[in-house]
Design a protein around this ligand. Structure first.
Ligand code: G3P
Ligand code: CA
Length: 254
């Protein structure tokens, strides 16, 4: 008898800024919550302090996700790169989300790697605003090199030039280009292992074309059950979501 057994693997679930629907984004609490919920990987944003420490924060300034405005209203909208790590470390990065998270700090890249290591959970690391941080690529390369993380790490950015520079320093770490919309033709340079578009722009035809071009597709940021299901039906390789537990429950439904 000629039997064909097809094993359909579900897309990987990547917790966006950690499990950021249930804990303050880009903190160790959010990373830990993502691991506890069974995420396959955690996405965080890396920038650089004035004294060259790679730190995990999304916005160009610290006003939204820390208590900086309360403590130093005069500096609330100063860029991240204007602050030393000691200054950033003194800020509360959890109270804005809820009193249970008071005292949470802006973590370093190294702390995130240490937090992920015991579980082997993957890391999707976004080089954020690299043009505002001229040494970010080298600083991140150094931390990753020293840490010998071992498990899966991918570096992504909307900035292709930063990814090219990163590859010259760390050729063995996969790189993914972030784009707003899935391109009509999944072009791209040989260095890219993946193109990561906004979830609403992706179709199954696009994913197939990307696969033929040797590119994986991780979509962001699919949070509703409908969006998660739609991305899975399109055949994406990974779903970046604020809600990893919800994504896993949708994907594990028969
Ligand atoms: O992982 C993709 C996504 O994080 C890109 O957008 O603004 O959340 O960093 P943003
Ligand atoms: Ca990001």
């Amino acid at each position: 008898m000629n039997e064909h057994i097809t094993t359909m693997r579900r897309p990987r679930v990547v917790a966006h800024r950690g499990a950021s629907a249930v804990a303050p984004e880009n903190t160790l609490a959010a990373v830990t919550a993502a691991v506890a919920r069974g995420a396959d990987a955690v996405e965080v944003d890396v920038q650089s302090s004035r004294d060259g420490v790679p730190i995990i924060v999304h916005d160009a300034d610290l006003a939204r996700t820390t208590d900086l405005r309360k403590r130093r209203p005069d500096r609330a909208n100063a860029p991240v790169s204007a602050f030393t790590y000691a200054e950033i470390r003194s800020l509360d990065a959890g109270s804005w989300f809820g009193p249970a998270y008071a005292g949470e700090r802006v973590p370093t890249l190294e702390q995130v790697l240490e937090t992920l290591r015991p579980s082997g959970t993957g890391l999707l690391l976004e080089l954020k605003n690299p043009t505002s941080h001229p040494h970010l690529v080298a600083q991140v390369a150094e931390v990753l090199g020293c840490f010998s993380y071992g498990a899966d790490v991918t570096v992504q950015s909307f900035d292709g030039e930063a990814l090219r520079s990163f590859g010259r320093l760390v050729p063995d770490v996969p790189r993914a280009l972030l784009v707003r919309n899935a391109p009509r033709h999944p072009v791209l340079e040989a260095w890219a292992s993946a193109v990561n578009p906004w979830h609403g722009s992706v179709t199954s035809a696009y994913v197939r074309r990307a696969q033929l071009a040797g590119l994986r597709t991780s979509v962001w940021t699919a949070n509703s059950r409908t969006a998660i299901r739609r991305a899975a039906d399109a055949g994406v390789d990974a779903i970046i979501t604020d809600r990893p537990a919800r994504a896993l429950s949708v994907l594990n439904q028969a």
